[in-house]
Design a protein around this ligand. Structure first.
Ligand SMILES: CSC[C@H]1O[C@H](OP(=O)(O)O)[C@H](O)[C@@H]1O
Ligand SMILES: Nc1ncnc2[nH]cnc12
Length: 291
């Protein structure tokens, strides 16, 4: 049985996790690069928590400049089994106004040029991304929200744009017409890499704005995002604290298969594998490669 460790990735406006106890900081080094910040390792109740500020403290890193592979690898090395991503986002729906939390279950990747896989020449793998969010983890987040009387909407599609500029009006209208629900700049390739690392992933998409499509609202700007993110911070911390207090001590199997995502996914024959890449995969693919 694997001990459950809850990872929390804090996005814009979330650079710390109030309520985290017995905290120690660890600057985990990764063969993939530089994680966004030192990990803050502690507990809430009996649950072990590892917090990482996605953009680093002081918001040093742009969505493009974040080393997502280093972040996921560092969390894996710290024993994280489940990740909750706290992410600011714009909304394409009237009924998803600023202040609301959306538990998205799908992602569309419109990023380009970001390193989006741990695998490649020398060790090829294809994991399923059909269901990128762990349904049981999402159930637990929804239950925690209910217990804390925090309104959430379950289900939705998060389109991840490259940024850092916000969308043009034409882009915003096109995303809305395509049926996407919310937009951000960070959850891809983060969710893909979590899946490759066999970490269960779920996002709490915190709506901060109506992007720029809404005739009754100003186009999004940083001041608007920060104001709503600040107002949301306490709610987000309460939600995570409740989730943590009610979290199981051992890892639950994920109905989407994230706990064994690499089973059958690695194509490259053992004799054809690149030893240098295999060494870098020691943490994220350790279970599958040992088996
Ligand atoms: C500050 S507005 C744009 C910025 O906010 C979101 O960040 P995160 O997902 O880390 O909360 C969005 O994706 C952009 O990176
Ligand atoms: N409208 C928006 N577009 C992209 N990323 C965002 N993060 C918060 N609001 C956003």
């Amino acid at each position: 049985m694997t001990a459950a460790v809850l990872g929390v990735i804090g996005g814009s406006g979330v650079y710390d996790l109030p309520g985290l106890e017995d905290v120690r900081e660890e600057a985990v080094s990764s063969p993939w690069g530089q994680p966004s910040d030192a990990l803050r390792i502690g507990r809430i109740g009996e649950t072990r928590i590892v917090f990482l500020a996605r953009h680093g403290r002081g918001h040093r890193l742009s969505p493009t400049g974040i080393d997502y592979r280093a972040n996921i690898d560092a969390l894996k090395r710290a024993g994280v089994t489940d990740i909750v991503s706290l992410s600011a986002c714009g909304s394409f729906r009237e009924e998803l106004p600023p202040g609301l939390f959306v538990l998205v279950d799908q992602f569309v990747d419109r990023t380009h040029g970001r390193a989006s896989s741990f695998f490649g020449n020398g060790c090829v793998a294809h994991v399923s991304m059909a269901h990128p969010v762990g349904p049981r983890l999402q159930d637990r987040i929804a239950a925690a929200a209910k217990a804390e009387d925090i309104a959430v909407v379950r289900g939705g599609t998060y389109v991840c744009m490259e940024g850092p500029q916000f969308s043009s009006l034409a882009e915003s209208r096109a995303y809305k017409a395509q049926g996407f629900d919310v937009i951000g700049m960070t959850n891809m390739p983060e969710a893909k890499l979590a899946r490759e690392a066999e970490i269960t992933y779920a996002t709490i998409a915190m709506v901060t704005d109506f992007d720029c499509w809404h005739p009754g609202h100003d186009a999004v700007d940083v001041a608007a995002v920060v104001a709503v993110a600040r107002a949301n911070a306490d709610k987000a911390a309460r939600l995570v604290a409740r989730l943590a207090r009610d979290f199981p001590q051992t890892r639950e199997p994920c109905p989407a298969g994230s706990h064994r995502a690499l089973d059958g996914a690695i194509m490259t024959a053992p004799a054809a594998r690149d030893p240098a890449l295999m060494a870098k995969l020691d943490a994220v693919a350790g279970r599958a490669l040992a088996g």
